[in-house]
Design a protein around this ligand. Structure first.
Ligand code: C2O
Length: 549
């Protein structure tokens, strides 16, 4: 087994975008951060040294962390944050996964600039189940804010209002030519004719699902969330924050005498204001050596993206994602179910707690978000430690409801009471419990798609639908043969999604909406999976450098 060493020095760096220079939190002064490359089966040791005034923690998004929950990273869930001047070595092995994932800060809104790709190659000598690409290129989407995002979210949380939106979306940290004062900050992908490129798409944006397309080129989707899928062709990819998608780009056989815009902009169904601007980069063909043309004189062709609320496109795209489900890559869909859960996810209100006066919600309330009407309250200490050392008292309770505490029409008229409760509540699962979970968008304050992300597991996406989930009829539609296996799924706007996972990974696992604003408002909950009886079914004790609160 190979061990890869990385050092992440968290430090400030001046970066200029949209004609303004800003000091941002980075890894090693790089923005976006460095790419971590490993092969399936490798061990990673990432030493994170905190040299900024903020508390920091890093999450390896989508890495299963099989019995290495101490390295998962969400602050106050699996670890206390790394304080200024301190360090922590994340120690984990990448098992049973190959594809693209990403790492990002997992505390407050620091992931706005602290993120980078994770590339997991197949084991040496093992080919991809699709044509070997000529080159592989990570394409990571983000958001750029002129203002200080920590100030923005803290202010919003105090007054209970919605935070401002970002000033630009970015491709590999660059907003691109469609924004003012940004033409020189454009990602350019130079390609040769007649080759296959693999683009490793990652949505690291804080708050927006994105459509992505390249003018005059089809993309073939081959992988989602580091699991191969049955290849399919599309003009446009839909990618939610927290999702990763590998696509093959076959270039034209001859120099096309044009350059091509690649562009991404939001898919949004929410009631709130959002930024409908477009980030773009350029796909440029190397000119033949005997050419006298100039690339910048060629016509620039633009893609056409679906309109911002095109739920039909979103639904059809997601339906095409199917596991390979063949003998080399079987889909291990749990066929039995031990426990069924029904979670409502959506926004609500809580009473105003702003000590300096009024809140921005109706009748002096604050915006909140909840799962089964519980808006999750972050503890002051790490849940995993509290669980491991049997110190749950005063930290968390195990009464997270398996079903919503009341009945109403989730997609119809809002109930008279849209107030939510709050608490640090968890679900405890015995080792190897097979879980079926239906997540229903409450649509109380507007129907909105929520990309739910589960730490520590992949789950299978059995079905999705619109309106209220019908427990008598809808299970007949569940795909138990070749459903997509992933770590983040959009709960459809005004609808539901059904997933299954096997709780074979002991530890404390966060599940939350990957729209950062919704996470901040409480759209998150925690599963605790108990140890099994065998030795290789137990979580080992914490490393000695695990940060203290
Ligand atoms: Cu990428 Cu808890 O998230």
């Amino acid at each position: 087994r190979i061990t890869m060493h990385y050092k992440f020095d968290i430090k400030l760096q001046n970066v200029t975008r949209l004609c303004q220079t800003k000091s941002i939190v980075t890894v090693n002064g790089q923005f976006p951060g460095p790419t971590i490359t490993a092969r399936e089966g490798d061990r990673l040791l990432v030493k994170v040294v905190n040299n900024v005034q903020y508390n920091v923690s890093i999450h390896w998004h989508g890495v299963r962390q099989l019995r290495s929950g101490w390295a998962d990273g969400p602050a106050y869930i699996t670890q206390c944050p790394i304080q200024t001047g301190q360090s922590y070595v994340y120690n984990f092995t990448v098992t049973g996964q190959r594809g693209t994932l990403f790492w990002h800060a997992h505390i407050s809104w620091l992931r706005v600039t602290l993120y980078g790709p994770i590339v997991i190659l197949p084991k040496r000598g093992v080919p991809y189940p699709f044509p070997q690409p000529y080159k592989e290129v990570p394409i990571i989407f983000g958001e750029w804010w002129k203002a200080d995002t920590e100030r923005i979210i803290n202010q919003a949380l105090q007054t209970g209002g919605a935070p401002n939106i970002s000033d630009a979306f970015t491709i590999n940290g660059l907003p691109g030519p469609l924004y003012n004062c940004s033409a020189k900050d454009t990602f350019i992908l130079k390609v040769k004719p007649g080759k296959t490129y693999m683009l490793r798409l990652i949505n690291a944006a804080l708050n927006d699902e994105l459509f992505f397309s390249i003018a005059n080129h089809n993309l073939t989707v081959v992988d989602a969330d580091a699991v191969y899928v049955k290849p399919f062709k599309t003009n446009t990819v839909l990618i939610t924050p927290g999702q990763t998608t590998n696509v093959l780009l076959k270039t034209k056989n001859h120099h096309p005498n044009a350059t091509f815009l690649m562009a991404a902009r939001p898919y949004s169904t929410g009631p709130a204001a959002f930024d409908n601007s477009t980030t773009s980069g350029i796909l440029e063909y190397h000119l033949p050596s005997n050419s006298t043309k100039k690339t910048n004189k060629l016509p620039l062709l633009k893609p056409s993206l679906p309109i911002f609320n095109d739920t039909t496109f979103a639904t059809n795209f997601n339906k095409k994602l199917r596991s390979l489900a063949n003998s080399n890559f079987p889909a291990k869909v749990p066929q039995r179910v031990d426990r069924r859960f029904f979670f409502t996810v959506g926004l609500g209100l809580i009473p105003c707690t702003n000590p300096n006066g009024t809140c921005q919600g109706p009748n002096n309330t604050m915006l909140a978000a909840a799962v089964n009407n519980v808006s999750f309250v972050m503890p002051n200490t790490a849940l995993l430690q509290a669980h491991f050392f049997n110190q749950s008292k005063g930290v968390y309770t195990t009464d997270f409801p398996a079903n919503p505490p009341f009945k109403f029409n989730y997609t119809g008229n809002p109930p008279s009471n849209i107030m939510v409760s709050s608490g640090t509540k968890v679900v405890v699962l015995p080792f190897n419990t097979s879980v079926e979970l239906v997540m229903q968008d409450t649509s109380i304050i507007g129907a909105e798609s929520h990309p739910l992300h589960l730490h520590g597991f992949n789950f299978f996406v059995l079905a999705q639908g619109f309106g209220n989930f019908n427990p008598n009829k809808d299970p007949a539609k569940f795909n138990l043969v070749d459903p997509a296996e992933r770590n983040t799924v959009g709960v459809p706007s005004g609808g539901w999604v059904a997933i299954r996972f096997l709780a074979d990974n002991p530890g404390v696992w966060f599940m939350h909406c990957h729209l950062e604003v919704h996470t901040s408002w409480g759209l998150k909950m925690v599963w605790i999976v108990m140890d099994g009886n065998r030795r290789n079914q137990k979580l080992p004790p914490p490393p000695s450098d695990l940060p203290k609160c």
